[in-house]
Design a protein around this ligand. Structure first.
Ligand SMILES: [Fe+2]
Ligand SMILES: [Fe+2]
Length: 380
């Protein structure tokens, strides 16, 4: 799994295992989320084949059908449009949609089967083969191709996860009843919002916005300046900490490499600003305004300085990640397509930084207490 996400080459937030350990502080990568669904459903097919109890077999078949419907809805409404947009591979998407259609036909038939009899077993076998072949195509061709694009897999993961939950909800008896009354497909409010705000949706969504490209560009430029200010502040904060972390080698190593990332981020932002006819020097004032409150935390020379600095760095990294995420949206709305990849790189770096600090809050705190108890100077 880890090797798969490394394909993107833009620096990933953290490993899947680390994400789980830290309580999923980053949303799942959309392609990993969908691949995880594949594993679960294929596992259920194997269970169905081995299971002797008719009641259980029937229950497994129902669950497979429900899970596949939800999975296919999330792919068709959220994931595939993004694949089409980012890779331009319309054929792959059309082929996949066609395979879904065939799977749905089998699922409809299975829904009509009342018990785990021979005809159900036959249909299940057919469905398993269809799905296994389809999954292989997705995981070996479509997903790797998509991961090499500059799509934000994590933002898309949020959309996929939300749509999948809604699609499961739509299949509950209560939702089906409501649907049959109104004759319409009933969608929960969250599902509706998820689709209109599909995080990686096709650009055809932009014309419905009540904002012109020029206006969006103004917000984009302001966002660039603010992001530059925040990164500059972050650079100062990281530099100040580096000198005083002898007793925390892991933290020191990470901050040293983050300092290099900060330099690269500033260069990227300056290039983008110049492209908009703005001079990076004009950025200074905005910096003071935006980060005045957070900056004071980072320089506090307190006894528990290392802890205070960790909190400030975490806050700032999250602030920067949020700025970059919004900036990407504004950049898209302004038609600044060349800006998307550099901004995406900045976003990945800040997410990774925030995740690292968060994962290390306890180890850092424990090290601090240990040093205190040993009578050493914990902040030195
Ligand atoms: Fe899939
Ligand atoms: Fe699929």
């Amino acid at each position: 799994m880890k090797a798969m996400i490394a394909d993107r080459g833009t620096g990933e937030p953290i490993s899947l295992g680390a994400a789980l350990l830290t309580g999923k502080k980053v949303p799942p990568d959309a392609s990993e989320l969908l691949a995880e669904d594949h594993r679960v459903v294929l596992g259920w097919f194997a269970w169905y084949e081995q299971e002797k109890g008719k009641k259980v077999r029937n229950e497994i078949a129902r669950n497979i059908c429900k899970a596949l419907r939800a999975h296919m809805a999330a792919e068709e409404e959220i994931f595939y449009p993004a694949v089409k947009l980012r890779t331009g591979d319309e054929q792959a998407v059309e082929r996949a949609v066609g395979e879904h259609k065939e799977a749905r036909r089998l699922i409809d038939e299975l829904d009509r089967s009342k018990s785990a009899d021979a005809s159900q077993a036959e249909l299940m076998l057919k469905l398993r083969d269809e799905i296994a072949a389809h999954v292989a195509e997705e995981e070996l061709e479509m997903f790797p191709e998509f991961r090499r694009s500059d799509a934000d897999l994590y933002a898309l993961g949020r959309g996929v996860a939300a749509r999948r939950v809604d699609a499961l909800f739509e299949q509950t008896p209560a939702a089906a009843k409501a649907r049959s009354k109104t004759g319409k497909r009933k969608t929960s409010p969250r599902g509706k919002a998820g689709r209109t705000a599909a995080p990686d949706g096709p650009p055809k969504e932009f014309p419905v916005m009540q904002i012109s490209r020029d206006e969006a560009r103004d917000y984009y430029v302001t966002g660039l300046k603010d992001a530059h200010a925040a990164v500059k502040e972050g650079e100062t904060m990281v530099k100040a900490q580096l000198e005083r972390l002898e007793q925390y080698p892991k933290l020191k190593e990470k901050l040293a490499s983050h300092l290099n990332e900060k330099k690269a981020q500033l260069e990227r932002l300056e290039t983008l600003l110049e492209r908009c006819g703005e001079k990076p020097s004009a950025v200074k004032d905005a910096g003071m305004k935006v980060m005045a409150s957070m900056g004071s935390l980072g320089s506090a020379a307190a006894a528990d300085e290392v802890i205070k600095n960790s909190l400030a760095t975490l806050g700032l990294a999250k602030f920067e990640a949020a700025s970059f995420e919004t900036l990407i949206l504004f950049g898209e709305a302004a038609g600044e397509n060349e800006a998307l990849r550099p901004l995406q790189e900045c976003l990945s770096e800040e997410r990774a930084m925030a995740a690292f600090i968060e994962e290390n809050l306890r180890p850092t705190g424990m090290r601090f207490l240990q040093l205190k108890s040993e009578g050493a100077q914990a902040s030195h």
